[in-house]
Design a protein around this ligand. Structure first.
Ligand SMILES: NC(=O)c1ccc[n+]([C@@H]2O[C@H](COP(=O)([O-])OP(=O)(O)OC[C@H]3O[C@@H](n4cnc5c(N)ncnc54)[C@H](OP(=O)(O)O)[C@@H]3O)[C@@H](O)[C@H]2O)c1
Length: 314
């Protein structure tokens, strides 16, 4: 039996999260049993609990879309560090999975960073991979730059000599080395002077409109999030006269369609950035699994300054 954070219905996390014991089968060929170490609470997890995410598990289900765990039995050597892919439910002491649904993590990373590598850094990396080519010196735009995705984008851009300009709501929000442009009437004009061909939109609403207006002709506005919970409405002039390309991107689908070698290459590059200290995703607090309710309440608070993690043994 293993302790797990489960839902039997969608709704407010405070009402629907339960701690339960689940039994796990012994792994067969191509399967592994994973002892989870740390799992983050991401916006997507809250959307799954609420029932608003793009893909929902059949209920009852264990919650959690990523984390770092260690193989304890089955097809891969004991001790291998893995990231179970989404849908497997990582907020638990142990889980059971097909190896095809797990990604091996690079060795030598602090658990706090390894636990966060497969979603936010991967998304930043994959957007640059899919919506390039970009060359050193090119500008990239983004909003919500202090998010895990924003910090990761800054690190990958810096490593490739790309320049990042961020739409910010307050001082100190942009990662070190990135240009900060305060939200407001002058923001689109200031950003447009940079001639960027790619903008990463995590927010929607007015913030996305600013990025859309700021792109160079035929630039791509890539939407990955809707933090403002407002619709994405685009300025007609930018779409028509600037031939704006408006695209969505979802890393869950990307993992399904991309060749394993691309994922391996990405993990090597991201792992190197973590080891060299160039990519560091801050952690605001870590809670034992038994205190998931408190952890989720903390994760929902604005201005928390870093990710909330669950220590899966507890
Ligand atoms: N499509 C994909 O494949 C994919 C993959 C990964 C993430 N995402 C999405 O990307 C977004 C970021 O995820 P994350 O885990 O990196 O976030 P995170 O680390 O939890 O950080 C969220 C950040 O967004 C800021 N924020 C919240 N509401 C905002 C608003 N209305 N306007 C501007 N900034 C706002 C927060 O600022 P405060 O400090 O003020 O709270 C915080 O800095 C989410 O929408 C997530 O769902 C999508």
């Amino acid at each position: 039996m293993a302790r797990a954070v489960r839902i039997h219905a969608h709704g407010d996390p405070a009402a629907v999260l339960r701690i339960e014991d689940v039994s796990l089968p012994d792994p067969g060929p191509g399967q592994i049993r994973v002892r989870m170490r740390l799992a983050p609470i991401n916006p997507a997890d809250l959307n799954v609990i609420e029932g608003t995410y793009g893909r929902l598990p059949s209920l009852p289900a264990t919650v959690g879309n990523e984390g770092v765990g260690e193989v304890v039995a089955g097809a891969w050597p004991a001790g291998t560090l893995v990231r179970p892919r989404d849908g497997l439910g990582t907020w638990c002491q142990e889980l059971f999975a097909d190896t095809a649904r797990c990604t091996r993590l690079p060795d030598g990373l602090p658990d706090e960073q390894a636990a966060q590598l497969g979603v936010n850094p991967a998304t930043a990396w994959a957007v640059l991979h899919e919506f390039g080519p970009l060359t050193a010196g090119d500008w990239v735009l983004c909003n919500a730059p202090a998010s895990g995705v924003g910090r990761s984008l800054a690190a990958v851009c810096a490593a490739r000599g790309l320049r990042l300009a961020c739409l910010v709501r307050r001082d100190g929000e942009a990662p070190e080395g990135a240009m900060a442009v305060p939200e407001g009437r002058e923001a689109a004009k200031a950003l447009k002077a940079l001639g960027a061909k790619l903008a990463l939109n995590q927010v929607g609403g007015d913030s996305a409109v600013t990025l859309a207006k700021a792109l160079a002709p035929q630039g791509a506005l890539v939407t990955i999030g809707a933090l403002a919970r407002q619709p994405l409405s685009l300025p007609n002039g930018a779409v028509i006269f600037n031939e704006l390309r408006c695209c969505g991107f979802w890393v869950s689908r990307w993992y399904e369609r991309v060749q394993p070698a691309v994922v391996e290459g990405m993990m090597v590059e991201l792992g190197g950035l973590v080891r060299s200290g160039k990519l560091h995703l801050p952690v605001a607090a870590t809670y034992p699994l038994l205190e998931t309710q408190r952890a989720v309440a903390h994760a929902q608070r604005p201005g928390r300054g870093g990710k909330i993690l669950l220590a899966c043994a507890g």
